[in-house]
Design a protein around this ligand. Sequence first.
Ligand SMILES: Cc1cc2nc3c(=O)[nH]c(=O)nc-3n(C[C@H](O)[C@H](O)[C@H](O)COP(=O)(O)OP(=O)(O)OC[C@H]3O[C@@H](n4cnc5c(N)ncnc54)[C@H](O)[C@@H]3O)c2cc1C
Length: 393
Amino acid sequence: MDLKYPERAARFADEVRAFVRKELPAEIRDKVQRRQKITPEDQRTWQRKLCDKGWACPSWPKEYGGPGFDVMERMIFDNICSEEGAPSALPFGELMISPVLFAVGSPEQKAQLLPKIRTLEYWFCQGFSEPGSGSDLASLRTRAVQDGDDWVINGQKMWTSGAHNANWIFMLVRTNTEVKQQEGISMFVFPMSTPGITVRPIVTMDGEHHTNETFFDNVRVPKTALIGEVNKGWTYAKLLLGHERTSIARIGQSKRELRRLKALASEINITGAPLMDHTPFRDRVAAVEIELLALEITALRAIAKGGSPGVEANLLKVKGSEIQQKLTELFMDAAGPYGLPFDPDRGLHDGNEPIGFDEAASLGPNYLMTRVVTIYGGSNEIQRNIVSKTLGL
Ligand SMILES: Cc1cc2nc3c(=O)[nH]c(=O)nc-3n(C[C@H](O)[C@H](O)[C@H](O)COP(=O)(O)OP(=O)(O)OC[C@H]3O[C@@H](n4cnc5c(N)ncnc54)[C@H](O)[C@@H]3O)c2cc1C
């Protein structure tokens, strides 16, 4: 079953699809569809195409250089770009720090940062989590101390994804130790080239380098690096995390994966019939498809409500991440033994001949990496706690 959008929306969907098919380089589309690594240059190439068309940063209003899409257009745009194999937008700049800048950034910060976030000249990473401060983020200990007109930052951040590609960071730091934890946190943005920052890679169990630990040793930043008011960082972080959680739902990506799963299961033969025709497997695929459709409707309702994402963001994160994991499990079951070959030392995406079938080599690493989606952006257990608290359960 497909959601039926109004005719105007269907025309917009055709326009987006035609644009992506014409402008997205085949090499990048193939990489996305085969779950291969997208390089920063690939990401920037696609971003340039979006900028030329006026569609970069699809969530932004016109006044900041976005396309000013309405709810329906945004949903359609995101879904079709993902379905057609365009690289996912990087969340940190467009979706996370920008809404905070819209709300509380100074005119100078908006003028300096937003145009370069839009073109991806400024590539952000997120410095929130620390060793010992993940779910309990408010306990973070990285300190910023005022020194004349500057702030001096010392401490360590953990899991700073993409910090090795980023040239800017937004981070939470402790600026007051005398008050309730949440009331002594501030948010800063500054270039990663600032002296005193060291980025060390963490290789995850898919054998890839996505994330890092980042150290701050007397990092001196000007007072213009502070976002909004001092000690109000926790309030801004909540706004930002709502946007992160909505984006982690990845509905378009799951639709693309579901389509590929069905295609693969129709090609694989088990005891003389396509796997897709075997009722137990078919039932599992149908169950995920129904959940995905329900998620899409829920996301549309959440966006239609307007304002900053509330508890819906937590719900979308939980369901969206569970669906992504279920899809990778179905892929592994469909692939059987062909999903197993995996040698991190050899390099996952080195262009060697696949064993079994074309996309088999990417399934194992993708299955492993997708375990993270129920952890990052705030673990699903924590999301459930927030939902139950909000509902007064
Ligand atoms: C690959 C990866 C990339 C990441 N990228 C970033 C990034 O770019 N920037 C960033 O700032 N952070 C990032 N994170 C950090 C991520 O947000 C944290 O890992 C996450 O919030 C969980 O925190 P933790 O790892 O400290 O686990 P913990 O908080 O120690 O939790 C461990 C387990 O206990 C459970 N738990 C904890 N407290 C409760 C509770 N009160 N009730 C029920 N269960 C509970 C959790 O659900 C989890 O299962 C990333 C993490 C990973 C793994």
